[in-house]
Design a protein around this ligand. Structure first.
Ligand SMILES: C[S@@+](CC[C@H](N)C(=O)[O-])C[C@H]1O[C@@H](n2cnc3c(N)ncnc32)[C@H](O)[C@@H]1O
Length: 376
């Protein structure tokens, strides 16, 4: 497979990589068990009960074709318009359709006909199952490098999610730029993907099976930080991360010493550069995270937490603004604990830290190390 690092060209018609990836997700793979490594199905965090309930209602034909590598359920979803990049057979769209409710909407976009066919076939089944009068889900055929060309409106989505797809694109910067343009101001790109410990060699990038298995096209995690900045997003906030064990000797030999993680980052379309720390108070009203809201690996909100300026901007200028109040540090509700330490952005470091944690303890890395973000 020729890795077109320079992009997929103007108009972004199907490139060689797109054709190979479509073949992989229509002819080679028919169900999750056909995968040759566990890269695409490595969950990065335990699944909360309310999400397990939502997943139980998804039709088995859809779930059997799930190839995601993480859990893409941001918080505060009621009434939101969500876009899923590379929605596949639609598992995450149907899960989120329940969480946004009848007044919200979820659009899935994918380039592979076979995947879309499975997703579309089950719209009526799910709407009946969820008790919705009219569908709040639709599926669009198109490339994630060409969202506006596929008919999606600029500035029209509150949230974009994606589960194990951006790595498959030959032009990741274009994917991020398109996502930025269809997000509303204050919108969020919350996505799970596979990242490598360094820039991969041409041999690895040109390996069709490794590319199809979501390894050959994996970004070096530091390149994500760079691309996100170039496109205009605020610095990526790392939520969770898990080491991927390849468990295929032949493919492992081609990969050599490179390591891989499945990691979830959140990127916001908000003004950048706020350096003033702020004391934020969470009202505890967000569904599913009333007791404890793990925003990223540094911050878990209970009541009052001193946060960095970038996060203060996010919490007061996005859909979260109704749920947080912000005051200068040392205000009436004094800071609880020490100032947050400089944040981890390396998903490999976080994955190792999480592996050491006791099962059942917080899923983010902060609580064992950062008391300011965890006190109640
Ligand atoms: C690893 S699967 C993940 C599917 C889905 N997110 C899930 O969790 O089951 C990758 C999906 O992305 C789609 N895809 C890959 N590259 C794409 C692109 N450039 N544009 C649109 N869809 C793409 C494939 O067709 C496939 O359905």
């Amino acid at each position: 497979m020729a890795a077109e690092k320079s992009g997929c060209g103007k108009g972004c018609g199907d490139s060689g990589i797109h054709v190979d990836v479509k073949d992989y997700y229509s002819k080679v793979l028919k169900r999750s068990s056909d995968l040759k490594t566990n890269a695409c199905v490595t969950p990065a965090q335990p699944i909360p009960a309310f999400i397990r309930q939502a997943l139980k209602k998804v039709h088995p034909d859809v779930s059997d074709r799930y190839y995601g590598c993480g859990l893409v359920v941001p918080e505060c979803l009621e009434g939101c318009r969500i876009l899923d990049l590379g929605s596949g057979s639609g598992r995450d769209c149907y899960m989120l359709s329940q969480l946004v409710g009848e007044k919200g909407h979820v659009t899935g976009i994918d380039m592979t006909e076979d995947q879309l066919e499975v997703a579309r076939k089950h719209v009526d089944y799910h709407m009946k199952e969820f008790g919705f009068k009219k569908p709040n889900v639709n599926f669009v055929q198109g490339l994630i490098e060409g969202l506006t060309e596929a008919g999606l409106e600029k500035n029209s989505f509150d949230i974009i999610i994606s589960n194990c797809v951006v790595n498959l694109s030959p032009d990741k910067k274009r994917v991020l730029a398109e996502a930025y343009s269809v997000l509303k101001d204050g919108g969020e790109l919350y996505f799970s993907d596979v990242y490598s410990s360094g820039r991969l060699t041409e041999e690895i990038k040109n390996h069709k099976v490794l590319w199809g298995e979501c390894l050959g096209g994996a970004l070096w995690w530091k390149d994500l930080l760079q691309l996100a900045d170039e496109v205009g997003f605020s610095p990526p906030r790392l939520v969770t991360s898990k080491i991927i064990t390849i468990e295929n000797k032949e493919l492992q030999a081609v990969l050599g010493d490179f390591k891989f993680v499945s990691a979830t980052y959140r990127l916001f379309k908000v003004p950048k550069g706020n350096t003033k720390t702020c004391q934020v108070i969470y009202n505890g009203n967000i569904t599913g995270v009333e007791e404890s809201f793990l925003f990223d690996c540094h911050y878990t909100f209970k009541v009052s937490v001193e946060v960095d300026g970038e996060l203060a901007t996010i919490l007061t200028s996005t859909r979260f603004k109704e749920d947080f109040t912000c005051q200068p540090p040392g205000g009436p509700s004094a800071p609880c604990g020490v100032k947050p330490q400089a944040g981890i952005v390396d998903p490999f470091e976080l994955a190792l830290q999480l592996e050491k944690q006791v099962p059942g303890s917080a899923t983010g890395g902060c609580c064992s190390t950062n008391s300011s973000a965890c006190c109640k």
